[in-house]
Design a binder for this molecule. Structure first.
Ligand code: 6PG
Length: 484
């Protein structure tokens, strides 16, 4: 009996498109959908053409795949993945490879990997970015897990991946453990930031400059030809030109309440765990929460309509807005890469940051010319502790600092919310402040809780406590400070 090269479980849009992509590269693909059975439309759509093996039960699906079996699970992240894995396990043989291609939490992937390997199976968590079109025509793929699996799936994965401008596939082995899903989570967190920065700029151009949607479309199109060139800037220009059936602009009819599936939140939680400053990206996640509180915002807008100190200068320079976007974007990626660096050290993943930037150059949602600069920065210094210390980025952010400040100031004075751009600028200013105000925090902590502090005139690691109330009364000669 002829056997297939690989199987795909879960024929939602992403799974079905991925199966079609794999088949279009000359591989034989078994397909199975948990719901629907033999007569489902989705299964029938794979019947009667190409090198597909449509199957209506998991046993015949598994039996139709050649050894070692390679099975990609494309179901909703969470318990559905566990369900499929536990249904598959009794049907599989030692050395078979389970691949989770969904947006799973990397901690779930770590657990599933350990469980699969203890049963003699190989397990891969593969972040896949690019949406429906990427799945069909070429995605950015971030696989990790059992290292023995990579040589066995490499040919299929690199052939279904998008190709970067230099022709290399946008798919690399990310590393051990759940590192691939972690990297995909950071990709998504950066996606949140990129989108929020675009939305804030749109707000300024709309509310301060009073540009129409078609005027803004022209601005975004123009930006998409320069250093801001990116998939998201390009599709923003498209969106601003789309008309509803009555001829009005469709974008104006969309409810201003954004959804989210959790990857941005997971990245913020990881940043908290790793103690990585992540203000800008956190703000992009929180901005979605604020957007979803539509009723509260409507109520507050009534309460504060003419009592909020607006003092707008009227409009912003479009050139300055582009610079502010670019500077904010640098901060977003710097935060994302810092988080990956911290996690890489915590979990011993040895992540290749230049390689990650390279596979994000095409296929994924955050693809842009900007990724070339990041790849170059990490290629010239793989140990770069912060992207901002790379010469290109330090020069770029310095050149754009003044326009960035002007844009943030205008947003603040005009009362236009720009949480990401403000947090980006604050993050930059905090980073470049050698002597911060944390001396006050330490004094306060020591005053109310004897939490101790270090001194600038003593070596690091020596801790002191002061009886602050007594010291205030007794003066400098009293022995009220002691080394702990
Ligand atoms: C991708 C996208 C994809 C999905 C997001 C949407 O890389 O292809 O990121 O994974 O569109 O998960 O996420 P939210 O629903 O949280 O915006």
């Amino acid at each position: 009996m002829e056997l297939s090269d690989i199987g795909v479980v879960g024929l939602g849009v992403m799974g079905a498109n991925l199966a079609r992509n794999i088949e279009s590269r000359g591989f034989r693909v078994s397909v199975y959908n948990r719901s629907g059975g033999r007569h489902s439309n989705v299964l029938q759509s794979f019947d009667g053409g190409g090198k597909f093996f449509p199957t209506d039960n998991l046993k015949s699906f598994v039996e139709s795949i050649s050894l070692p079996r390679k099975i990609i699970i494309m179901v909703k992240a969470g318990s559905a993945v566990d369900d499929v894995v536990s249904e598959l396990k009794p049907l599989l043989s030692k050395g078979d490879i389970i691949i989770d291609g969904g947006n799973s939490d990397f901690r779930d992937t770590r657990r599933r990997l350990a469980e699969a390997e203890s049963s003699g199976l190989l397990y891969v968590g593969a972040g896949i970015s690019g949406g429906e079109e990427g799945a069909l025509k070429g995605a950015s793929i971030m696989p990790s897990g059992s290292p023995e699996a990579w040589p066995k799936i490499k040919r299929i994965f690199t052939s279904i991946a998008a190709k970067a401008p230099d022709g290399s596939p946008c798919c690399r082995w990310i590393g051990p453990d759940g590192s691939g899903h972690f990297v995909k989570t950071v990709h998504n967190a950066i996606e949140y930031a990129d989108m929020q920065i675009i939305a804030e700029t749109y707000s300024l151009l709309k509310c301060s400059n009073k540009l129409s949607n078609s005027e803004m479309a022209a601005v975004f199109s123009d930006w998409n030809c320069g250093e801001l060139q990116s998939y998201l800037v390009g599709i923003t220009a498209d969106i601003l030109e789309v008309k509803d059936s009555d001829g009005s602009d469709l974008v104006d009819k969309i409810l201003d309440s954004a959804s989210q599936k959790g990857t941005g939140k997971w990245a913020v939680m990881s940043a908290l765990n790793e103690a990585v400053p992540f203000g800008l990206i956190s703000q992009a996640v929180f901005a979605r929460f604020v957007s979803a509180q539509k009723d509260g915002r409507v109520k507050a807008s009534g309460v504060f309509s003419d009592r909020c100190g607006i003092s707008s200068s009227g409009s912003v320079s479009v050139r300055d807005a582009a610079d502010a976007m670019y500077a904010s974007k640098i901060m977003a990626y710097a935060q994302g890469f810092s988080l990956m660096r911290a996690a890489s050290e915590t979990y011993g993943w040895n992540l290749d940051f230049a390689g990650i930037a390279k596979i994000w150059r095409n296929g994924c949602i955050i693809r842009s010319v900007f990724l070339d600069k990041i790849a170059a920065a990490f290629e010239s210094n793989p140990k770069l502790e912060n992207m901002l210390f790379d010469t290109y980025f330090s020069n770029a952010i310095s050149e754009k600092a003044l326009p960035w400040r002007k844009i943030v100031s205008e947003a603040v004075l005009a009362g236009i919310p720009a949480p990401c751009m403000c947090a980006a600028l604050s993050g930059f200013d905090s980073l470049r402040t050698a002597r911060s105000s944390a001396n006050i925090l330490q004094a306060l902590r020591d005053y109310f809780g004897s939490h101790t502090y270090e001194r600038i005139d003593r070596p690091r690691g020596e801790f002191f406590h002061t009886d602050w109330a007594a010291a205030r009364v007794a003066g400098p000669l009293a022995k009220i400070t002691k080394k702990i």
